[in-house]
Design a protein around this ligand. Structure first.
Ligand SMILES: Cc1cc2nc3c(=O)[nH]c(=O)nc-3n(C[C@H](O)[C@H](O)[C@H](O)COP(=O)(O)O)c2cc1C
Length: 444
């Protein structure tokens, strides 16, 4: 098992069960596999990542087709933008679980629209069936369109969303612990299938949930799944510092990544945690080629395929603000954002530094705001190493510019270079996702 040292970095792959991951032009790339409705597509993705010894596959998710931009579904659907189509990530990950042996499997699940019992059960099931590889990206959701799909006229306020999330996770943990380790005996002669002395109700009564328990699935192999979080408001950061094993975050510069890393490690320590047990993985969109010219050509092609309206449409739903109401040839105004604080911070910094018009920002958002990871295996690895050594991160969330080619290039070119430099594992040393991340299994 890996230790909690910072000798080696961690690699996760950000994907979603839909047309786009890192680049809004990605699905239009001539070599992109557009068969996103087939099981083979996801099994193949898992096998590529496992060959590259990745820690985990992360599937983002939302619960609506976004319609914030121009108050319409059209832009997301027509341009195959980030929210155009999403298969259920838990079902997709069960396919990936069957096609892999080591890869961690992270599903995004909202605490605002589901119930703790059902979520704890699904995640415990995935953790058992994958022999300890499940992770939960805990999101509070942020779109009006999602509220409208769950019988609500309005979203909960951000404060209420985080209050509910806190209790939700607390209840889920109690449910996973409602079966002690070793409760399933399977003694045919006795008979003793499960030891009643080791299974107890939780009798939770709270502001948001009343749950009697116990869970009807035994304690998961990892004790509980690995927790991932990406909230960036004050409450979001506090929630992450308390609960998260992994933080996923987007930055538009190394400086903001270093500042965020320092702050989050301090916040974790403030919650009495070992800061090393919290792994921070910024998202990047690497474009790697056998030569710098090949990488630049791929970048040029992908950029030409990503339209500004596609990026603006996605940014509109991320901020939950219709950006079509502002002049496209002027800069993004300062605003109070009801949606994702982390994405607003990212684009506000970019606008401030580069004076981009809204149309230019849309294009940039559509291809990835960070442009530092484009080039050969050596130059991209240099950058990864620079970020890691600068304490900007504990690893990276790789957002392939197109699938599967962008991931295959990364695995074929960059992973061996990272391994040669001693920065990344050559083989999996443990079996569970906690083993890969070097984080402890919680005791019951
Ligand atoms: C990089 C990144 C990725 C995210 N991915 C998702 C996602 O897949 N689904 C989702 O509902 N929210 C996602 N979010 C939203 C957050 O997890 C969080 O719920 C939201 O930002 C609201 O919290 P905040 O106000 O603290 O930012 C993401 C946020 C960031 C910064």
């Amino acid at each position: 098992m890996q230790s909690n040292t910072r000798d080696q970095l961690h690699l996760a792959a950000f994907a979603l069960a839909g047309p786009v991951s890192g680049n809004h032009g990605g699905w239009r790339h001539p070599e992109a596999n557009s068969d996103i409705l087939s099981a083979d597509y996801y099994a193949n993705l898992g096998r590529i990542l496992e060959a590259g010894k990745f820690d985990l596959l992360f599937l983002a998710d939302i619960l609506a087709v976004p319609q914030r931009f121009e108050n319409s579904l059209d832009s997301q659907l027509r341009y195959g933008a980030l929210g155009a189509l999403r298969l259920d990530p838990m079902v997709v990950l069960s396919i990936v679980a069957g096609a892999t042996r080591h890869l961690g499997l992270a599903s995004t699940i909202s605490t605002s629209y589901f119930e703790p019992f059902a979520v704890a059960r699904s995640l415990a099931t995935l953790d058992h069936l994958s022999a300890g590889r499940a992770a939960w990206n805990i999101v509070t959701s942020f779109q009006q369109a999602e509220a409208a799909n769950f019988g609500r006229t309005d979203q909960l306020s951000r404060e209420e969303r985080y209050d509910r999330a806190d209790e939700f996770v607390q209840v889920a943990c109690e449910l996973w612990d409602s079966w002690k380790d070793g409760a399933v005996v399977r003694d045919k002669a006795a008979p003793m299938f499960a030891d009643p002395a080791k299974v107890s109700p939780i009798n939770h009564q709270g502001r948001w949930f009343n749950v009697k328990g116990p869970l009807n699935v035994s304690r998961p192999p990892q004790g509980r799944p690995v927790f991932i979080q990406a909230g960036a408001s004050g409450r979001g950061r506090d929630f992450a510092a308390k609960w998260a094993d992994v933080i996923f975050v987007n930055h538009s510069s190394l400086e903001s990544a270093v500042a965020f890393y320092k702050e989050m490690k301090e916040r974790a320590a403030g919650h009495g945690r070992d800061p090393a047990s919290l792994k921070i993985l910024p998202g990047i969109v690497p474009i790697v080629g056998a030569t710098a010219t090949i990488a630049e050509e791929t970048d040029k092609l992908l950029s030409s395929l990503a339209l500004p309206q596609a990026g603006l449409s996605t940014l509109s739903y991320h901020l939950d603000i219709d950006l079509s109401q502002f002049p496209q040839d002027e800069i993004l105004p300062d605003m109070d954002v009801p949606g994702v604080q982390g994405h607003y911070k990212e684009v506000a910094e970019l606008t401030r530094k580069n004076g981009l018009t809204l149309a230019e920002l849309g294009k940039r958002y559509g291809i990835g705001t960070l442009r530092d990871f484009i080039g050969t295996a050596e130059s991209v690895t240099d950058k990864l190493e620079e970020w890691f050594r600068a304490k900007a991160c504990d690893g990276f969330m790789i957002q392939a510019p197109y699938v599967p080619g962008g991931l295959e290039d990364f695995v074929r070119l960059v992973v061996p270079e990272l391994q040669r430099r001693g920065l990344f594992r050559k083989e999996y040393e443990g079996t569970t996702l906690r083993d890969h991340l070097g984080i402890q299994r919680p005791s019951a």
